[in-house]
Ligand binder design. Structure first.
Ligand code: NDP
Length: 333
């Protein structure tokens, strides 16, 4: 069984690679440079030659970006599409975010339809960003809820990431409905993803966005006060990665969205947990009585779809934070 994974150099994708290999899938990742591809191969010296390889896709927003990458011999059975910008250095919202997210998604689906008829399912990494309605939270968040953001609102730098994920996921479902390709799709919709970084890819300066708050915390940047938590729900990267792989293994995952979420949290809870798991970092942390911005469970969350269909058992917060901090300390935080 052969799988194409886009954005192989990413935080979540690096964990997906490990699970694909554990499942003995032939794995091809797309990366933006030879250097990143080589780093991934070099980090897996025990994997037999050919079991893990890479192809270069420099910019997912370019027309036909995936036309060559999806052609393979033997052909691909599944595609996991994780590549999408996730950072806050917004220059041009359309060029830097909306185009790569939306055109990247429609581009790979078009390429598969045209050149890879053997593909049975495509799993698209969407986000809670495509679910949240921040103006008016519903009582319950589950897979039926969609972010009602409009295109004009998405052009605002503060909203562009959420817009990019919402429109990209919509475009994927629309594609399947209109084009009726040979494959079906599943989407994985995580909120803030925390968890250990993969060392061969990351340095403290080029850390993926969602772990940056943990790095900043243990480097003493929040000694006086904590920044706003944002959205008060989280999930472990290893559970998110497993959900992607389960979504290709489980027949009934086709046509489904999966809200993969562990629980509620706040930045104060991260600080309290680090104090418990890594007492030697006490001097870097804010005082134990620093303000907590957690507003209480102002909305309910339902992860039963991911538990029942994908069989995910969510890791507890303490394990995630402890492992994240250990991995950051290993790279010198
Ligand atoms: P990373 O930034 O670590 O990974 C993003 C990946 O996408 C990288 O491999 C990056 O390549 C690639 N990429 C970005 N833009 C382009 C482009 N224009 N052309 C080609 N490749 C591109 O972030 P995560 O691993 O956290 O994110 C992976 C996915 O998960 C994204 O779709 C993100 O939206 C989604 N997600 C993440 C959450 C989180 O909290 N981390 C929460 C919910 C969803 P390079 O490294 O070379 O730039």
């Amino acid at each position: 069984v052969k799988v194409l994974l886009t954005g192989g150099s990413g935080f979540i994708a690096a964990h997906i690679v490990e699970i694909l290999l554990q499942n003995n899938f032939d794995t091809v990742v797309t990366v933006r440079s030879e250097e990143k591809g080589k780093r991934i191969i070099d980090a897996h010296p025990d994997i037999p030659k050919g079991k893990l390889s890479y192809v270069i896709v420099k910019d997912v927003a370019e027309d036909g970006a995936f036309d060559e990458a999806v052609k393979s011999d033997p052909p691909f059975d599944y595609v996991l599409h994780t590549a999408s910008p996730f950072h806050f250095n917004v220059g041009d919202p359309v060029k830097d975010f909306l185009d790569p997210a939306i055109k990247g998604t429609t581009g790979i689906l078009k390429a598969i339809k045209a050149y890879a008829p053997s593909v049975k399912r495509v799993v698209v990494t969407s986000s809670f960003a495509a679910i949240i309605n921040s103006k008016q939270h519903p009582k319950l968040y589950n897979e039926t809820v969609w972010n009602p953001i409009l295109w004009e609102e998405a052009l605002d730098h503060a909203n562009v990431y959420r817009g990019s994920k919402t429109f990209a996921e919509k475009a994927a479902w629309d594609f399947v409905e209109k084009e009726k390709p040979n494959f079906d799709i599943s989407t994985i919709n995580p909120p803030l993803v925390l968890g250990p970084i993969v060392h061969y890819l990351n340095s403290l300066d080029s850390l993926n966005t969602s772990n940056q708050r943990v790095r900043d915390l243990i480097q003493g940047k929040f000694k006086e006060s904590l920044p706003p938590t944002g959205t008060f729900i989280w999930v472990d990267v290893r559970d998110v990665a497993l959900a992607h792989v389960q979504a290709i293994k489980v027949q009934g995952a086709g046509g489904q969205r999966f809200f993969v979420v562990a629980d509620y949290f706040s930045n104060k809870k991260i600080a309290d947990t680090v104090r418990e798991t890594h007492p030697q970092l006490e001097s870097k942390l804010p005082p134990a009585d620093v303000a907590d911005d957690f507003p209480g469970k102002i909305f309910q969350i339902d992860n039963s779809n991911s538990k029942q269909i994908l069989g995910i058992e969510y890791r507890p917060f303490k394990e995630t934070i402890s492992d994240t901090v250990d991995s950051l300390l290993e790279v010198g935080a």
